[in-house]
Design a binder for this molecule. Sequence first.
Ligand SMILES: Nc1ncnc2c1ncn2[C@@H]1O[C@H](COP(=O)(O)OP(=O)(O)OP(=O)(O)O)[C@@H](O)[C@H]1O
Length: 337
Amino acid sequence: MRTTLLNMTIDKLVEMMPWIKDYFSSFGIEPAEIGNLKLEELGSTPGEDYFTEKGTSFHDFIDGFFMFIEQIKALQQDSGFSINSLTILPGRNKNGEKEAFLVELKKGKVTAIVGPTGSGKSRLLGDIESLAQEDTPTGRRILVEGRSPSDEERFSTEGRFIAQLSQNMNFVMDLSVEDFLTLHAESRMVDEINHIVQKIYDTANVLAGEPFSRETPVTQLSGGQSRALMIADTALLSPASVVLIDEIENAGVDKVKSLELLVSNNKIVLISTHDPLLALSADQRIVIKNGGISKLLKTTDDEKKHLAGLEKIDRKITLMRDQLRTGEEIDLSDLLM
Ligand SMILES: Nc1ncnc2c1ncn2[C@@H]1O[C@H](COP(=O)(O)OP(=O)(O)OP(=O)(O)O)[C@@H](O)[C@H]1O
């Protein structure tokens, strides 16, 4: 790797690892001014004398450069804890009665949260998001890898391992989609920024019903487009290993594909939903009644067998909804009666 990097131009290195600009700056070197030069050529321009003046040598500068990369890579691996399991210890329902179930949530598995409106689905997501320790109305406790979370895990905003996609996504910054994704990729210190930005953008366009351009300001995206962008961003760039989703079905995104994308990235996914297709796509479902977890159901083989049929019905309804929106006549020909 050392030889490959020594043969790359400064421009290419900065494109791959924007954070290395800081290393050059610490030697008073502005990378943009020497962008065309290969790393190994810095021995002649600015030259050995320049490094001597800075109290070092070209050799030490290069050694430091590779050490800097190693350190940042180690930091990247540490940022965002990788979580294999969460446990929900029983709290109380709205009548103060104890919940009967302890629920384990495992990496790569989807859990649906179902129950009537106002029953407490969002509350459960909120308990998990805040890693509740008997300090919310439900009195639940959430364990991380079977132990109580540290204060840092609960309250630090750095390296949070839980991402929440809420029903309303409001962007406060007026950036284009491309600038927003680039900014996020830079802050995550990933290599190949352009590549990941393109991948998230392409994926978001597949998930969103109506396509959007990279130049669109994020504040002008429709509800469905902004959710699609955040889902793709969370799945492909966020270090979070737990993703909480509040009612994806009304968001105007391809819900099944969204779920597949999140699960394929080995995350713990919880989704509050009224949608049978989503609920049965999950591995298990928590039933909430009157503020408490009243049942924990594993998705049965029989239910899974019917998923394909359910998906067909769902596609038909989506098509009819689109026809309704665009003022076309609704095609009822192949509707099952
Ligand atoms: N165990 C509980 N004890 C006390 N209050 C609770 C409990 N569970 C939920 N609540 C409260 O009940 C209210 C409704 O809960 P919540 O918003 O979570 O319902 P929901 O199922 O998400 O509803 P919707 O389907 O309409 O989004 C909230 O104010 C919530 O804090």
